[in-house]
Design a protein around this ligand. Structure first.
Ligand SMILES: Nc1ncnc2c1ncn2[C@@H]1O[C@H](COP(=O)(O)OP(=O)(O)O)[C@@H](O)[C@H]1O
Ligand SMILES: [Mg+2]
Length: 284
């Protein structure tokens, strides 16, 4: 190998490594309790890499929504709080900030159950997302209609009369109107027809590619989440029990058995049971 010194450019390119590092969102050893006594998160650490789509998987009650609330500052209305650990993004310690300041720092959550303003029209819902006054809201509206063409055909329709999938698109569009750097999605596939689920995930992927938006998506539907993300975490009982590149996770036998497989007796095993069962088999 020969070391060739390239000619020095007149303008130094930005230090990509450093910039990317500072735009990662990190959750560091977070413990969350509700009502001062119910401990739900037991030391969760994860990274939402800048410009990537990261998925957080797990069955009902694993602590996925609580993790999103810990990031977005939405624990307080639920009488929950971070007892240990930190959440940080671009030099801000989100875990010591209030929700509205977290939104201003660029981290926006689309809540579970896609809470749109049912009595407002589709367009009014989108405009309500432009609360921070960043950018030109008219241009932003056109951008949302380009991402979600279905919404452009129903601008004046009352949001409450649109389908579940359309409301999910609207909730995502409304969040994007605030120009987030990190978008948190809570079970976008819940109760939505498979075709629309695929369309929603493809749109999110496209926005991620075109704008560099970082995404953390919580899902029970492991298949669709792993197909449409770069990296994934598996959560159980308030802990992260596995992580890896999405493609690797999707082909991992434990993940397959847990998410797709049912035991001979028809029971679904817990992720830990699957792992210890494998371990036992190996040693016996
Ligand atoms: N507001 C709350 N008050 C008390 N317990 C809660 C609250 N929200 C969630 N929990 C409990 O925390 C655990 C994890 O819930 P959640 O984070 O919603 O899990 P997931 O989103 O993975 O289904 C559950 O046992 C749930 O009952
Ligand atoms: Mg949830």
């Amino acid at each position: 190998m020969t070391a060739v010194t390239p000619p020095q450019p007149h303008i130094q390119p930005p230090s990509v490594g450093a910039a990317a590092l500072s735009s990662d969102l990190t959750v560091n050893n977070v413990e969350v309790v509700y009502h001062d006594i119910i401990q739900v998160l037991r030391g969760v650490s994860l990274t939402v890499r800048a410009g990537r789509v990261t998925s957080l998987l797990g069955t009902n009650g694993a602590g996925k929504t609580t993790t999103l609330r810990a990031i977005s500052g939405l624990l307080k209305p639920e009488n929950g709080k971070i007892r240990e650990g930190t959440v940080s993004f671009e030099g801000h310690t989100l875990s010591s900030m209030v929700g509205s300041d977290i939104v201003k720092s660029g981290v926006v959550q689309v809540p579970e159950g896609r809470r749109v303003f049912k009595h407002l029209s589709v367009e009014e819902n989108l405009r309500a997302g432009a609360i921070l006054g960043r950018g030109n809201w008219r241009d932003d509206l056109e951008r949302m209609y380009a991402y979600f063409p279905k919404l452009s055909t129903m601008k004046d329709k009352q949001a409450g009369y649109t389908s579940g999938g359309e409301q999910q698109m609207l909730a995502i569009g409304r969040a994007l109107m605030a120009h987030p750097r990190v978008l948190l999605l809570d079970e976008p596939s819940l109760g939505i027809a498979p075709l629309l689920v695929q369309e929603i995930f493809e749109n999110v992927r496209r926005i991620n590619r075109e704008t560099g938006l970082s995404v953390l998506v919580v899902e029970q539907n492991a298949n669709v989440a792993l197909r449409n993300s770069d990296y994934g975490y598996v959560m159980e009982g308030g802990r992260i029990v596995m992580e890896g590149d999405s493609a690797e996770l999707a082909s991992n036998p434990d993940v397959k058995e847990f998410y797709l497989g049912v035991t001979e007796h028809g029971n679904r095993k817990s992720f830990r049971e699957v792992k210890s069962y494998k371990r036992r088999k190996r040693w016996m």
